[in-house]
Design a protein around this ligand. Structure first.
Ligand SMILES: [Zn+2]
Length: 391
C-alpha cells in the first residue's frame, strides 16, 4: 500500500484545528487550504471558490472550495469532501497531543475535529498524490462551508461545478470503519403566535396572551406524544421546541411570541404528520385564548424542509468501493444510518449518492471532544486508496 507521511498528516490536522472558523466565518480555513494547494503546485485554474455564501440565508464570508484535478489515468471521476466549519464551541481550541489522542488544552472549548479532521484527510490525500506522483483517475476535492447550521454549503453548491463524479465520499464524524449510508430528514418550523396586548393589572381580560397560547400548544404536543421522541405504531421521529422569544414586561399581556422548532424522521410522510401535529396544536391553542370581546389569537406557521432523508442501497458503487477500501486498510466496515443530517443528504439530493466515513472524531459538539490519532491516520489511508488506487 502507498505510504504517506504520518507526521505531516498529524501536523496538518493540528494546524487546521487551531484555526478559528465557525459556520459563516470560514475565511481563514479556506485561505490555509488554498495556500497549501498553491505551494504544492495546484494551478489557480483548478481551484474554485463558489458563491454558496451569497445564496445561503446565513450569508457568510466565503463560499465552498472546489478543486478539480484531471486524471493521470482513465476512470470515473471520484469526489472527496469534508466540511470546513466547526460549531461555535470549538472556536479558540488549542490542540495538544496526549498519547494517542488530540484534545483541546482549553477545557472550555470543543476540539473542532468535527470537521477539521475530515478537511485534513482531504488535504493530506491531495498533497500526497501530488508529492508522490501517484496515478489517479479524475478527482474532485470539495470543502463545503456552513454544514453545522443546516448543511448550507452542500445545499447551495452548483452540482455541475463538481465535475460529474461517479463515486462520492464524505468524511465527517466517527471512527474510520464507520460508513453512514443514510440519514434522517428534517423540517425547520417557524411559528409566530399573535395575541392582543392589554394592561396586565388594570384590564387583563381585554388582552389575549400569546405566551399562554404557545404554552397550551406545547403542553398539548407533549401530552399527546408529539414532542421529543415520537413513536406512533411502527413510525418513529423526533421533534423539539428549541427557542421561544417574546414579551417585554410583566405588566403587559404579551401580544407576540416566536417559537422555533424542528421535526425529524427517516420517513417523509411521517415527518409531515409531525409538522401537521404542530400546526394543529398551535392553531387550536390560539383559538382557546381570547379577549373578553371574543377575539382569539392567530398563528403564522411556516415549515421549511432543511434536508430530505436518504438511504443508499448496499450495492451502490460508492458504498461497495468505500467498504472495500476500509477492509483493505485492515478494518471491518460498520454501516450506519444517521439520525442527524449530513452534507451527504444534499449531495444525494443533487443526484450524487454519497457515503460518509469517519476519521477519528469522538465526543463532537462537546468540551470532551477528542481525535483518535490512529483512527485519523487510518482514514487518511482509506482516502488515499479511494483517490488513487483501483479497488
Ligand atoms: Zn460535522
Amino acid at each position: 500500500m502507498t505510504l504517506f507521511n504520518h507526521t505531516a498528516a498529524i501536523q496538518l490536522v493540528t494546524d487546521l484545528i487551531a484555526i478559528p472558523g465557525k459556520s459563516t466565518q470560514e475565511g481563514r480555513v479556506i485561505k490555509f487550504l488554498c495556500d497549501a494547494l498553491r505551494r504544492a503546485g495546484v494551478p489557480d485554474s483548478a481551484i474554485t471558490l463558489d458563491d454558496a455564501n451569497k445564496r445561503s440565508s446565513a450569508g457568510g464570508e466565503v463560499g465552498n472550495l472546489i478543486v478539480k484535478l484531471p486524471g493521470t489515468k482513465r476512470g470515473p471521476r471520484r469526489l472527496l469532501m469534508a466540511h470546513v466549519d466547526t460549531v461555535p464551541l470549538a472556536v479558540g481550541a488549542k490542540p495538544i497531543r496526549e498519547g494517542e489522542i488530540i484534545k483541546s488544552a482549553d477545557p472550555t472549548t470543543a476540539l473542532g475535529g468535527d470537521d477539521r479532521a475530515g478537511a485534513a484527510v482531504l488535504l493530506n490525500t491531495l498533497l500526497t498524490i501530488l508529492k508522490q506522483k501517484l496515478p489517479h483517475p479524475p478527482l474532485t476535492f470539495f470543502w463545503p462551508v456552513q454544514e453545522e447550521i443546516g448543511l448550507m454549503g452542500a445545499r447551495h453548491v452548483q452540482p455541475r461545478s463538481l465535475g460529474n463524479p461517479k463515486l462520492c465520499f464524505n468524511w465527517d464524524g466517527g471512527l474510520a470503519h464507520i460508513a453512514a449510508i443514510g440519514a434522517t430528514g428534517a423540517y425547520d418550523l417557524n411559528i409566530d403566535v399573535f395575541g392582543t396586548p392589554a394592561h396586565a393589572g388594570a384590564h387583563p381580560e381585554q388582552g389575549a396572551s400569546a405566551i399562554a397560547m404557545a404554552s397550551l400548544a406545547i403542553a398539548d404536543l407533549t401530552a399527546n406524544g408529539w414532542h421529543g421522541l415520537i413513536v406512533k405504531g411502527k413510525h418513529r421521529g423526533t421533534s423539539n421546541v428549541g427557542l421561544i422569544t417574546g414579551g417585554e414586561a410583566t405588566n403587559v399581556v404579551t401580544p407576540h411570541v416566536r417559537v422555533r422548532a424542528e421535526a425529524r424522521s427517516h420517513d417523509p410522510k411521517f415527518r409531515l404528520k409531525i409538522v401537521n401535529a404542530f400546526r394543529d396544536a398551535f392553531t387550536k391553542a390560539a383559538q382557546q385564548v381570547h379577549t373578553d370581546a371574543g377575539q382569539p389569537g392567530r398563528v403564522d406557521f411556516r415549515s421549511e424542509l432543511k434536508y430530505e432523508s436518504f438511504q443508499l442501497p448496499l450495492d451502490e458503487p460508492s458504498v461497495t468501493t468505500a467498504c472495500d477500501a476500509i477492509r483493505a486498510a485492515g478494518l471491518e466496515p460498520e454501516m450506519r444510518v444517521s439520525n442527524g443530517g449530513l452534507d451527504a443528504n444534499w449531495l444525494t439530493a443533487h443526484g450524487l449518492p454519497t457515503v460518509t466515513l469517519g476519521c477519528g472524531q469522538a465526543g463532537i459538539h462537546t468540551t470532551d471532544e477528542v481525535l483518535h490519532i490512529a483512527s485519523f491516520l487510518k482514514a487518511c489511508e482509506i482516502a488515499l486508496r479511494l483517490a488513487s488506487t483501483p479497488a
